[in-house]
Ligand binder design. Structure first.
Ligand code: ADP
Ligand code: F6P
Length: 324
């Protein structure tokens, strides 16, 4: 009998998940493995919702965002019972290797399975880019491009009216997308959880921008910041008379997740999907694959999920210097 492996996607979908699935399946076939897909992340793993994946089943997905397997947030998998059932489902089908494509929470799940004896290889995939050991995670660059296009359009209308726009971007507990979108989008101010500024500091930055002759102000705010777009808008509205600027709020939300993966995410996903299979064939157990400097990085799952990933100080510094 051929060796059997399975692949699943979990947590927030990210552009790049589909090309990673495709590469894993086709590399598996080239390595004479039988490859299964688990539908809807850990929910499907617990329920035994598996499908056999051949080369044709993963055709036509390289340019599609989302995930052909479906994904989920699965509270049941946090329990001992849920994890036990997941292990049983794999064992019952003779599946001896699992690839988990997902973000921080999902890789905590990978670690739990690996501690229960399953050979797991994780692939760092989240638009939040908050997994340690990977300079950039699958999906983050495509999501960034979506945010940048929106910011360019907002600047046009902001400038026409002389308005301030608060643009809220995703990032559950981290400011990567906001920081990078703010720098690359030419924002006048950036608000992120890693370097919180008070609403009054932001108001001063806006007023100084107008004093320097700007016809608008774009403030990029991470949803995970203590002073998110709603909190800032509340403060500015309460002090509207004194601050004297006209304000609009745009939350980009899930629009950032649904883009077609860009060149970088397609190529990286292909490399990571193929490498994950090779690593399973080589006997790997409990590792997370990511990317740094164009190369695949390998970290122990435990190290990756327990380490908080810092933002690059050089970008934080540039954000201040360039907002003039
Ligand atoms: P993401 O992977 O995008 O960060 P979540 O944080 O929602 O998304 O995690 C996805 C799923 O991973 C959760 O719904 C849960 O099933 C599983 N998971 C999250 N944290 C843990 C944990 N500490 N232990 C085991 N499984 C976890
Ligand atoms: O995948 C990460 C993420 O997009 C975060 O940026 C965001 O906070 C969260 O997922 C949104 O989750 P949901 O899709 O469950 O609303």
């Amino acid at each position: 009998m051929k060796r059997r492996i399975a692949v699943l996607t979990s947590g927030g979908d990210a552009p790049g998940m589909n090309p990673a699935i495709r590469a894993a399946v086709r590399t598996g076939i080239a390595r004479d493995l039988e490859v299964f897909g688990v539908r809807h992340g850990y929910t499907g793993l617990i329920a035994g919702d598996f499908i056999h994946l051949g080369a044709r089943e993963v055709g036509g997905i390289i340019d599609r965002g989302g995930t052909m397997l479906g994904t989920s947030r699965c509270p049941a998998f946090l329990t001992d019972e849920g994890q036990h059932s997941a292990v049983q489902q794999l064992a019952g089908r003779g599946i001896t290797g699992l690839i988990v494509i997902g973000g921080n929470g999902s890789q905590h799940g990978s670690l739990a399975l690996s501690e229960r004896g399953v050979a797991v290889v994780g692939i760092a995939s989240t638009i939040d880019n908050d997994l340690a050991g990977s300079e950039v995670t699958l999906g983050a660059t495509t999501a960034l491009d979506v945010a940048l296009e929106a910011i360019s359009r907002l600047r046009v209308t902001a400038s026409a009216h002389g308005r301030v726009f608060l643009v809220e971007v995703m990032g559950r507990a981290c400011g990567y997308l906001a920081l990078m979108a703010g720098i690359a989008g030419g924002a006048e101010a950036i608000v992120i959880p890693e370097a919180e500024e008070s609403p009054e500091d932001v108001a001063i930055a806006i007023q100084e921008a107008y004093q320097r002759g700007k016809s608008h102000a774009i403030v990029v705010v991470a949803e995970g910041a203590r002073h998110n777009a709603d909190a800032l808008a509340r403060h500015f509205t309460e002090h509207a008379e004194r601050l004297n600027f006209e304000l609009r709020v745009t939350k980009l939300g899930h629009v950032q997740r649904g883009g077609s993966p860009g060149a970088f995410d397609r190529l990286s996903a292909t490399l990571l999907g193929a490498t994950a299979v090779e690593r399973l064939c080589g006997g790997a157990h409990g590792i997370l694959l990511g990317l740094a400097g164009g190369q695949v990085t390998t970290n122990a799952l435990g190290d990756a999920v327990r380490t908080r990933k810092p933002l690059e100080p050089q970008w934080l510094h540039l954000a201040h210097v360039l907002a003039r």
